[in-house]
Design a protein around this ligand. Structure first.
Ligand code: HEC
Ligand code: HEC
Length: 185
């Protein structure tokens, strides 16, 4: 039995190797045909050698600096997109199990007194059972997984996307809780 598995394995290995060899051949053919060859440095977004990290630094990004309460909300990127964080997150990240500063201003019961947008109802819902919970859903605890600050940098890839809102109000607030099952029920 063991022997059979081994034979099968080595056959797979040989097949795999020859498949790789085939790929090598195709690459060569492309180069020979004088088709434009893209260098390794051009494939990635960073346009630098891929073989060392020396001297490689992220783009200098000027993140939005105003403290919470002093910033201007951004327009939503599209209908029901997670809003971008318009204020500084200095001292607020990382979010840990025992410390989530975002909640102190964004929980619905405190948000209006802080001038902050309340965490929406969707974040208090269990999407599997579609039932409302009496607490924030675990899946929504790590806010910065979906909500990110913005920096004014030149996009690496031009983006011509233009959002269309069915209601202009949706440029500044979400209504996902009302439209969740649109087209389903
Ligand atoms: C000290 C209170 C405070 C804390 C802490 C805070 N925020 Fe805010 N947040 C605000 C206020 C106030 C606004 C409204 C814009 C303004 O006035 O700066 C806001 C706006 C936002 C918005 C934009 C909402 C919209 O309607 O466009 C997002 C997203 C957001 N905050 C996410 C976060 C996240 C994520 C954290 C934790 C990393 C956080 N906030 C921590 C007060 C706070
Ligand atoms: C899994 C992704 C995800 C996580 C995690 C998440 N959000 Fe959101 N959030 C969204 C999306 C998508 C929307 C827009 C649709 C909606 O309302 O559900 C949104 C909307 C919001 C809004 C705007 C509500 C409105 O009425 O316009 C606020 C404020 C917000 N989230 C705060 C938070 C905070 C604070 C946390 C952390 C406690 C958090 N979110 C965690 C995805 C997320």
């Amino acid at each position: 039995m063991k022997k059979m598995i081994l034979t099968a394995l080595s056959a797979a290995l040989v097949l795999g190797l020859s498949a790789c060899a085939d790929k090598g051949e195709t690459n060569k053919t492309v180069a020979q045909n004088d088709k434009p060859v893209i260098s390794e440095e051009e494939i990635g977004l960073r346009k630098e050698t891929l073989y060392t990290e020396d001297g490689i630094a992220p783009v200098k990004a000027d993140f939005n600096k105003p403290a919470p309460g002093m910033s201007q909300r951004f327009e939503r990127s599209y209908e029901n997109a997670p809003p971008l964080i318009p204020h500084s997150v200095d001292g607020l990240l990382p979010i840990t199990r025992n410390n989530n500063a975002c909640l102190g201003c964004h929980m619905p019961e405190v948000a209006s007194s802080m001038g902050a947008t309340p965490i929406p109802k969707t974040h208090f819902m269990d999407f599997r059972s579609q039932k409302m919970l009496d607490h924030l859903a675990q899946q929504r605890f790590n806010c910065s997984q979906c909500h990110v600050p913005q920096a004014n940098v030149k996009p690496l890839v031009e983006n011509k996307f233009k959002p269309e809102y069915r209601d202009p109000e949706e440029k500044k607030r979400s209504n996902l809780i009302d439209t969740l099952n649109e087209g389903v029920k």
